[in-house]
Write a protein that binds this ligand. Structure first.
Ligand code: G6P
Length: 372
């Protein structure tokens, strides 16, 4: 009803706008005196967490992209190998699970059948399980050894938005907890990471402030038949999530690629006028990925691509080659996904609207897939 939407024209619009709160509420109470504090994990003793040799993340859809983002952070901080697998693939391939394996499930609803089956299977094989979930008392958390809830609030629109940023937030808190217990991150680095996380809600608000420009872009592009998304490092799963949002909401063919793969195939798709969103890594990143992505932009531009760059404030290197630049505030590289995803969500939502589609209930999709 209109009242439930709180004055917004759609749940999607409301939920996109609620993202600063989704992150802030997921952090609330979990950083105490500059230290990460997750009482929900008490059933896992520190010794047990030190003994984890491998983390397998299981999830479907947008939740799996949250897992892919978190893989970069958890491996960097806690020095534990992390693999991310779609629940339905994991369950049916005789995965190697031993007592050093921690299975981390991610599900907004906590009811996705494939993810539930993956968790049950993992437990039967002797794995310990933690669930990241947005719905109190749902089935997946009940079937898990521990649950870290995201506090995004109820998500009604079928395509996930605010739950995604809340999932990354919860996974980052978990990764920092693990890093502290395992002693893999210096106290200053840990404090810096927590401060970065606490600064995210206000920065998302800043990104949302540009939504009108993104909306204009979407309205110009309402007839577009295909859109490509490029990213690398944590920008790679964001590229895939941007593509997924566009498929789900606007029924447009879209693919996300790792920018480093460009020469191995995707560049053959570039023809004059092809729109390409590029998630540009920070020029301040230690791995020096920025010039590599700028050179990818030059390569596709030379072949006529229409480049929409998502780049941090002050990054002037992209200006000569991009048709449009959407700015995100400065953040440490691992935290950029929480900002870069926002204009991609807004773009898909606005394009759906420009095409006169039902943004809250796209055709053929369900909010929670409770059958196999
Ligand atoms: C459906 C929804 C997606 C969601 C996925 C996983 O496909 O349309 O938005 O990402 O299920 O749902 P879950 O509740 O497990 O996060």
């Amino acid at each position: 009803s209109a009242a439930e939407k709180g004055g917004w024209s759609s749940f999607m619009r409301k939920e996109v706008a609620e993202q600063p709160d989704a992150v802030a509420n997921t952090i609330r109470g979990r950083i105490v005196d500059g230290e990460v504090h997750i009482p929900e994990l008490e059933s896992f003793g520190d010794d047990e967490l030190r003994g984890v040799r491998r983390i397998t993340v299981v999830a479907c859809g947008t939740a799996s992209y949250a897992g892919q983002v978190a893989k970069y952070a958890i491996e960097q901080w806690a020095r534990v190998p992390v693999e991310v697998e779609l629940s339905h693939e994991f369950r049916y391939r005789e995965p190697v699970i031993d007592d050093g394996t921690l299975v981390l499930s991610i599900s907004q609803s906590g009811e996705t059948m494939d993810t539930l089956m993956a968790v049950k299977y993992a437990r039967e094989q002797g794995a310990r399980t933690i669930s990241i979930c947005n719905t109190q008392g749902a089935t997946i958390p009940r079937e898990s050894d521990a649950v870290v809830y995201t506090h995004a609030g109820p998500e009604v629109a079928v395509a996930s938005t605010k739950a995604f940023v809340a999932q990354i937030t919860a996974l980052y808190l978990f990764g920092l907890h693990l890093a502290r217990v395992r002693g893999t991150l210096a106290p200053e680095a840990l404090a810096d990471a927590l401060a970065e996380l606490q600064a995210i809600p206000a920065k998302i608000e800043t990104v949302l402030g540009q939504s009108e420009r993104v909306a204009e872009l979407a309205h110009w592009m309402a007839d577009t038949r295909s859109v490509l998304f490029l990213g690398r490092h944590v920008g790679f799963p964001i590229a895939m999530e941007g593509a997924l949002k566009l498929k789900e909401l606007a029924y447009i063919h879209a693919e996300g690629f790792a920018a480093g793969e460009l020469k191995h195939g995707p560049i053959a798709l570039i023809e004059p006028g092809q729109p390409v969103f590029v998630v540009v890594p920070s020029p301040r990143g230690s791995a020096n990925l920025h010039p590599k992505v700028v050179s990818n932009i030059q390569e596709i531009r030379a072949r006529g691509a229409r480049v929409i760059a998502i780049a941090e404030e002050g990054d002037a290197a992209v200006l000569p080659y991009a048709d449009e630049v959407i700015r995100i505030p400065l953040a440490a590289p691992l935290f950029e996904p929480l900002l870069a995803v926002v204009p991609l969500q807004v773009f898909a939502m606005e394009l759906s609207q420009a095409k006169g589609l039902d943004v809250d209930q796209p055709r053929n999709l369900a909010k929670s897939v409770t059958v196999e």
